[in-house]
Design a protein around this ligand. Structure first.
Ligand code: NAD
Ligand code: TYD
Length: 359
């Protein structure tokens, strides 16, 4: 790993009850007992304390239910806990939801981020300045738009977001940079490709398809299934975030990705083959559930990350292959039916019944 330039003492993670945030919190709580981890999350449909059961009693972990948009409450928490480092993951994160209800995305991702930055600036200024402080904004490669068959997103690729989700994340990236350039707030920024792994809410492709496959429900492939995504194991994202927050250069952006592109239909067929084996089904049985449905509006064709900067400047590498990570992920969902039942009660059912029917 590269040289450490920032050592968190009190780390505030926003969105720490969500998919990636819960892995980030678990990593810091278990590997860094000397760091106090404050986990701030509003517990929307996507945030679940069930994601944190194994660490809820850890002495260096405190969970606080709070909205990032509540500037005064956040400022008070920053003062009370003497927070020196913020890793900001709280967001509305699902593209399909951003199409059916964009306003919540603008509210949380844009205004919420601005509110959080304001609280940090106010409190850190009161405390004598920004020395020893750092704000890490966790973002997505979707801000760069959609690629054709060739090429990769680098940190210099022009922003070209196309969905309400990606445009709200692009706006938040710009706002974070504006607080750095205008007020001198110390920041780092990262843009990551699609994550997969345990604790992902079953509305995103991989956990939704595993759940539906187990229940022998249709697997709804958008359009022809030819869109391409670049998949990274969530624990490798969490390790990259640790490297960036501790070793990244002030004001710098790092792309994170696993050089692991898959056309949706090829990934879905691989999942079906692994599920046939793990569920003792005959070869080809799960694939029968594939159902082509209407394409997503404005569906981005291809995402692919060039992670050269992160690799060469900070020495980060992904730790496992996709086949291995996907196998572990499927096993986790098969072994954690109770978790799936818990997170898919209530609001999830309302949403799916209203938006898509019972698929
Ligand atoms: P998620 O939807 O699983 O979790 C989001 C969390 O934020 C939830 O726990 C939710 O309760 C919380 N939250 C939402 N609104 C809030 C608010 N107003 N105040 C406080 N908490 C609030 O999302 P995720 O997939 O874990 O993504 C986390 C971050 O990483 C997001 O910023 C997302 O844009 C980014 N990202 C995600 C991916 C991916 O593949 N999932 C890839 C790259 C970047
Ligand atoms: P998703 O997991 O929603 O992530 P993102 O849209 O942020 O990339 O979707 C991954 C890909 O899978 C994307 O091309 C859309 C497609 N998809 C389906 O074909 N069917 C589905 O039911 C879902 C949720 C996604």
């Amino acid at each position: 790993m590269a040289e450490i330039v920032h050592q968190p003492k009190v780390l505030l993670v926003t969105g720490g009850a969500g998919f990636i945030g819960s892995h980030v919190v678990r990593r810091w709580v278990t590997r860094h007992p000397e760091v106090r981890v404050i986990n701030l999350d509003a517990l929307t449909y996507a945030g679940n304390l069930a994601n944190l059961k194994d660490i809820e009693d850890a002495p260096n972990h405190r969970f606080v239910r709070m909205d990032i948009g509540d500037t005064d409450a956040v400022a008070q928490l920053l003062r009370e806990e003497k927070v020196d480092t913020v890793m900001h993951l709280a967001a509305e994160s699902h593209v399909d939801r951003s199409i059916s209800g964009p306003m919540a995305f603008l509210e949380t991702n844009i205004m919420g981020t601005a509110s959080l930055l304001s609280a940090c600036r106010t409190v850190w200024t009161e405390q004598g300045g920004f020395e020893g402080k750092r704000f890490h904004h966790v973002s997505t490669d979707e801000v760069y738009g959609s690629l054709g068959e060739e090429g990769f997103f680098t940190e210099d690729t022009a922003y070209d977001p196309r969905s309400p989700y990606s445009s709200s994340k692009a706006a938040s990236d710009h706002i974070v940079r504006a607080w750095h350039h205008t007020y001198g707030l110390p920041i780092v920024l990262s843009n990551c490709s699609n994550n997969y792994g345990s604790f992902q809410f079953p509305e995103k492709l991989i956990p939704l398809f595993i759940r539906n496959a187990v229940q022998k429900k249709p697997l709804p492939v958008y359009g022809q299934g030819v869109n391409v995504r670049d998949w990274l194991w969530v624990e490798d994202h969490a390790s990259a975030l640790e490297v960036i927050i501790t070793c990244g250069a002030d004001g710098r952006t790092y792309n994170i990705g696993g050089e692991n592109e898959w056309k949706n239909i090829d990934l879905i067929r691989l999942m079906c083959r692994q599920l046939d084996e793990k569920l003792d089904r005959s070869a080809g049985e799960t694939e029968q559930l594939i159902t082509y449905v209407q394409d997503r509006a404005g569906h981005d064709m291809r995402y692919a990350i060039d992670a050269t900067r992160l690799r060469e400047e900070l020495g980060w590498r992904p730790s496992i292959t996709f086949e291995e990570g996907l196998g572990k992920t499927i096993d986790w969902y098969l072994d954690n039916g109770d978790w799936l039942d818990e997170v898919t009660s209530g609001a999830y059912r309302d949403y799916y019944d209203n938006q898509y029917g019972n698929r």
